[in-house]
Design a binder for this molecule. Structure first.
Ligand SMILES: Cc1ncc(C[n+]2csc(CCOP(=O)(O)OP(=O)(O)O)c2C)c(N)n1
Ligand SMILES: [Mg+2]
Length: 306
């Protein structure tokens, strides 16, 4: 099969971000126009004078992928060509949760016909692993280091899917490259709705997470299985092309009956190593377990398997 995102790109070995990019692009097919915010995706796909994109693609700024995508959607609408191409915005977690949040909120509130996909590698990776609003609690980054005063990031991860859902848009989902069928279903389903759609995909980064490049898919699975990255969708009361109408409730798509302890996920990543090396780390791991336990209660996941 010929991929619409071609080989020869410059993503790192084991990159857990290029993998879901390929999954998303192949699922959507050729009739789409893509907008990439500045970030790893733009950098590894478009080293001048080459491009990995076999479909129309525009690079925007770090902060305005949603605004550029809105403009394209409006242009298609006004020229009577809106059925010819889907408009898809791609951004990292920094370009979504932090600097791009204002443009994203505007796009959502106006109801523009765009699928916005956030590739959540949980830091600003392209510029050297700086913390973002989406970096999880206690992860070490270059701007939330582990040392005498700090044990990694002191704040919890921002819940962007909940912020998006608060705009009452047709479709919101989380996904993981560890669950390809689920990810594909969500992309397909999202595109059956007119208006703004949002999918946030966990994207393991061997460089920034200091993990084994061969383990990216396994880590993407473990995040779900320990309850730290629950997979769900929220369909609002809007109706899709086939007459399907959501009830606005959150639906868990990957159920986890027996949860893994968070240690199993954390210990594979150097960004959490200080929690195992320092005596104070034990209480922090317990705090992370509490976050997973709270998620389990909220999303109906089972107990931790002993
Ligand atoms: C206004 C502005 N500030 C800072 C930058 C530098 N910059 C480019 S990409 C980036 C981080 C991107 O992080 P993220 O959106 O998470 O994508 P990733 O690289 O992790 O895939 C930064 C800080 C910029 N391009 N524009
Ligand atoms: Mg990032």
């Amino acid at each position: 099969m010929k991929h619409l995102f071609a080989s020869g790109h410059t993503a790192c070995v084991g990159c857990g971000e290029v993998l879901p990019v390929i999954m998303v692009v192949d699922t959507i097919g050729p009739n789409a126009i893509y907008v990439s915010a500045t970030g790893c995706i733009e950098v590894f796909s478009s080293r001048y004078p080459e491009s990995a994109w076999e479909v129309p693609w525009i690079h925007s700024l770090f902060e305005n992928a949603a605004a550029v995508a809105s403009g394209i959607a409006s242009a298609l609408k006004i020229s009577g060509r809106k059925n010819e191409a889907k408009v898809v915005a791609l951004a990292g977690d920094g370009g979504t949760a932090d600097i791009g949040l204002q443009a994203l909120s505007g796009m959502l509130e106006r109801g523009d016909d765009v699928l916005f996909v956030c590739f959540d590698n949980e830091a600003y990776m392209n510029t050297g692993i700086q913390r973002s609003g989406s970096t999880p609690f206690a992860a070490a980054t270059t701007t939330s280091p582990a040392g005498k005063l700090w044990l990694g990031k002191m704040q919890r991860k921002k819940n962007v899917p909940a912020i998006v859902a608060a705009h009452n848009v047709p479709y919101v989902a989380t996904a993981s490259p560890g669950y390809y069928a689920d990810l594909k279903n969500k992309v397909k389903k999202a595109l059956t709705f007119e208006g703004p759609k949002y999918i946030q995909i966990l994207s393991p980064c061997p460089l920034g997470w200091r993990s084994d490049p061969a383990m990216s898919v396994e880590i993407a699975k473990l995040a779900v299985q320990c309850g730290l990255y629950p997979l769900y969708e929220i369909v609002t009361r809007s109706e899709n092309q086939s007459g399907f109408r959501g009830n606005g409730e959150l639906r868990v798509t990957i159920k986890v009956e027996k949860r893994k302890p968070v240690e199993e996920y954390l210990k594979l990543q150097g960004r959490f190593r200080h929690l195992f090396d320092k005596p104070e780390g034990k209480a922090v791991i317990q705090e992370i377990q509490t976050i997973a336990d709270e998620n389990a209660e909220k999303y109906g996941y089972g107990e931790v398997a002993k």
